[in-house]
Design a protein around this ligand. Sequence first.
Ligand code: NAD
Length: 464
Amino acid sequence: MPAADPALMKILNPATGATIADIPEDGAFAVRKKYERARDAQPEWAATPIKKRVDAIRRFRDCVTARHETLARTLTDEVGKPIVQSRNELNGLLKRVEFFIAEAARVLREEKVYASDNEKLEERISHEPLGVIANISAWNYPYFVGSNVFIPALLAGNTVLYKPSEFATLTGQHIAEMLHMAGVPADAFIAVIGGGNTGAALLRQPVDGVFFTGSYATGTKIGALAGKKMIKVQLELGGKDPVYVCDDVDIKAAAAGIADGAFYNTGQSCCSVERIYVDEKVHDAFVAAFVAEVKGYKIGDPLDETTYIGAITRRPQLDVLTRQAADAKRKGAKLLTGGSVIKRKGNWFEPTVFVGVDHRMALMKDESFGPIIGIQKVSSDAEAVALMNDTPYGLTAGVYTSDEKRARRILAQVRAGSAYWNCCDRVSPRLPWSGVGHSGIGLTLSTYGIQTFTRPKAWHLRGV
Ligand code: NAD
């Protein structure tokens, strides 16, 4: 039954609290209609030669380049991301798109894996699209986490129902408009607008796959639903990513790199550094350099080119950060800087550093997703490895040392999808992006992250 007038969803600027726009939200009926359009359009899109699909994505890339500054401003307005970091995200998007453009045709080509004249037998694998996929996305890097899914999914011949996060709706609308301008048919990529209820309505449709980026809490609901439907499911979830600083590092460089890994994007990255372990021999010197770095960060207007710490996108996260700080203090941690909500319009939290922390504290166990970090002293590599693995998550882990063998030995023992030596908070289009445990199921990026949007079909061909 058609819905009455759609409900309006408020889009707020988290840096000021001001309303930017009121957008109609898709209810159950609108979602159903969008699904039907995507289903009807899928065979024709899949039959479009790969070259034409790649050409459309190339034009999308050109459109992003042409509108770069407008897109950056919208992202900053609705997410509170500092403008320089919004521009960086768009530059990173262009690199990912380049990778997919360069690799898609090769990776999706049918393969001959066996041929025998004697047996008159040939075996081949073709990469068939899944069909209609649902892409339910997060707000913190909407261009990154979205494009990891919808670009290769479209290149592989799927049609996509893309639900941007309710905190990145305007960005989602820009993406849809640019893809359509680039020649992706209006029904091959459809933005589904709304919050959790709209996402749930989307999952009630008989889609062929669901690709989700978001929290573990929502991911478990989506995984359970997909399990019942027996459809492909990928979940890119949160993390509690550790970094270990060995006793042989360049302390100043390590402190600067790790502080950036913890506080970039105002700590709201799935692969933000969330806990730091430091060898006792360099602990005090590292902490001094780290805190000096953090105190130098400029907080404020996200549109200011010199701002490094922006707003907290989701207001309820201020309570999570406040509770983690209070719990750490109560259990004996020492606060070196920050620790509180900043009292001004919008959602703001001070860059915060604790030492003397341990794993009784929520700060070292639960995802913080904000500008707060605990630094814990350790006395051996073995102790560091045990602490790094003391988490249900497993997205990334890093080690800083001048000894590559030592780094490899340590990282080989850590349960994580990505391993970093002398770097952190880094994603590459050439490498698979995946999590272990509560950090998710499946992967995006790399050539595997193109094939993941296909169903490999086995061809057994016997001649006469
Ligand atoms: P979230 O789980 O609150 O929301 C994610 C998406 O799910 C949104 O689009 C939301 O509208 C939708 N949703 C909510 N309830 C739903 C339901 N019942 N059914 C269907 N859809 C529903 O997460 P968030 O706040 O947008 O993102 C932050 C989280 O995402 C963090 O935990 C972060 O670590 C994680 N993340 C992970 C990666 C990664 O690559 N692993 C990348 C970015 C963010």
